[in-house]
Design a protein around this ligand. Structure first.
Ligand code: ADP
Ligand code: MG
Length: 232
């Protein structure tokens, strides 16, 4: 038992160290990006064409750092009340062009209970975007990704299913591990970030997957607790 405690303390310190390095690296990146954007506006010389490439790679580095920082310490900045359905509609709309580009049909079937949540809406959106993006990326041309939800008064469950390539038990056991990826340009951060966000919302995520058939991600979120009135 003691050994385990020491190990988790060590991991924690390493995580904090990485987070502070990520944070420090982000500042010069932002400065460099700003100057390059200026150059792109003014300089139409022979290296002009490289600038957009450099800027897009910088953008990639920036989003890796932001994802990592969000994983290390998710910031719930603006807590508000909203319905789950409105967020699901937004997320599906946001990802529609990406699905269409890949020839994947993205469909949603939302329930009508008007389940409400009180949390950071942008964090929930981020968590959903990462998981639905993965579903789309795993699905070949002509396949389907569907987003369903069902709620009762205590909790909502969201089901994201795809007809994609699926995962072997070995792959499934590694999902959500920081930096685990099977993609050429993957970062292995998306799932970790999503799981961390949902965990912060006291929710749960589970996976079911069959290689060659598809994957089902089920997310369960507790509802906003009704405030209890005391001393009335
Ligand atoms: P990335 O998308 O950058 O690779 P993620 O953390 O989002 O990182 O996902 C990690 C890995 O999990 C992916 O590379 C992929 O192998 C696997 N994965 C995640 N979702 C699915 C899915 N719906 N179907 C098949 N594989 C998946
Ligand atoms: Mg991903």
């Amino acid at each position: 038992l003691k050994k385990e405690i020491q190990r988790s303390e060590k991991l924690n310190t390493l995580g904090e160290l990485a987070a502070s390095i990520a944070h420090e690296v982000r500042n010069p990146l932002t400065v460099v990006k700003g100057f390059l954007q200026l150059m792109q506006q003014e300089e139409k010389g022979k290296n002009y064409q490289y600038l957009s490439l450099v800027l897009s790679e910088l953008g990639r580095a920036e989003s890796i750092i932001n994802d990592y920082l969000n994983f290390a310490k998710p910031k719930f900045e603006k807590i508000e009340e909203f319905t789950l359905n409105e967020v699901l509609v937004e997320v599906v709309m946001l990802l529609d062009p990406m699905a269409a580009k890949q020839g994947v049909q993205l469909e949603s079937e939302l329930d009508s209970t008007g389940f409400t949540l009180v949390t950071d809406r942008n964090q929930l959106k981020q968590a959903l975007v990462n998981l639905i993006k993965n579903a789309i990326e795993a699905t070949p041309d002509g396949g389907k990704v569907s987003v369903h939800n069902k709620s009762d008064c205590h909790q909502a469950s969201i089901l994201i299913s795809d007809t994609g390539k699926g995962m072997t038990p070995e792959q499934l056991s590694r999902i959500g591990t920081l930096f685990y990826t099977t993609k050429d340009k993957g970062t292995g951060l998306g799932t970790s970030v999503s799981l961390r966000i949902i965990e912060t919302m006291k929710g749960k995520v589970s996976y079911k997957s069959v290689p060659g058939v598809g994957t089902e991600v089920r997310m369960v979120l507790p509802g906003s607790q009704t405030p209890v009135l005391v001393n009335l």
